[in-house]
Design a protein around this ligand. Sequence first.
Ligand SMILES: NC(=O)c1ccc[n+]([C@@H]2O[C@H](COP(=O)([O-])OP(=O)(O)OC[C@H]3O[C@@H](n4cnc5c(N)ncnc54)[C@H](OP(=O)(O)O)[C@@H]3O)[C@@H](O)[C@H]2O)c1
Length: 289
Amino acid sequence: MGDWTEADMPGQQGRVAVITGANTGIGFETARALARRGARVVLACRDVDKAKEAAGRIGQDVDVVRLDLAALASVRAAAEELAARYERIDLLINNAGVTGLTGRTEDGFEIQFGVNHLGHFALTGLLLHRMVPVPGSRVVTVSSIGHRFGRVDPDDLRSAGTYAGSKLANLLFTHELNRRLRDANTVALAAHPGGASTEIFRYSSPWFRVPNLLIARVLGRTPAMGALPTLRAATDPLAEGGEYYGPGGLFEIRGYPERVAASARAHDVVVQQRLWEVSSELTGVGYPV
Ligand SMILES: NC(=O)c1ccc[n+]([C@@H]2O[C@H](COP(=O)([O-])OP(=O)(O)OC[C@H]3O[C@@H](n4cnc5c(N)ncnc54)[C@H](OP(=O)(O)O)[C@@H]3O)[C@@H](O)[C@H]2O)c1
């Protein structure tokens, strides 16, 4: 098979896709592509004005829901609103993310771990009852090459309070969720963009931000290219639960999306299960599976 591009996406008519952090960057391009293919797209964003402006740029009939992943109350309110509005959810794309930001969420969690992992853990658990009856439904969580540098000790979560740790948590979560969904219609997959010239480094020092953005630009890693692995994980009929998609080229930083391997740590079943238990305790969200 040749390079997988947006043109390979099957039609998405009749499907509902919820995308977190969809007002900009990779989430925006994911939303735009899914809407163009006919999905009813919901931009789940913390800033409703930015989300409405993004919906305007997509130029199609796109919905907006307020979601601040740094506040469990907001996650619960968003999940309730989504469940009330949509009888079925076919795709949940856990895309939103922060790096280089310090501080805590409203509930006192380290902010990167809280937004990137715990917020999405809670949201997924609260929406799953709208997904499990839907044949072909998928949860896609956006990780990073950086997960390879992460450590997660679920009994000492200071270890996970780094961007890399939160991105490793995204993969540990995906694998455990997919195992728990064994007998359901829904599967869980992960993706990473390689690099892409987005706003992701907005909280990082210029010494980190500028070279990273330059490399992404030189390599032609537009946000649209960065969205392709997510789109493939979400829509390729041949993609299966538990798989991880990223750029297939040099060091996974460039090229078109292919199945890639997560680190050995991401496959540690004991850590996956313990992280699940701790995430459930911290968020107060139990899963129907
Ligand atoms: N770009 C890369 O090179 C790269 C590399 C590896 C992995 N990734 C991953 O790709 C995903 C998308 O990132 P991006 O590159 O598109 O970055 P981005 O341009 O900074 O977009 C991040 C999105 O997350 C949203 N967000 C941040 N905090 C949030 C919160 N508390 N609640 C809800 N939404 C929140 C942002 O909303 P606001 O605009 O309102 O802040 C924005 O919509 C992330 O998971 C990131 O870790 C990116």
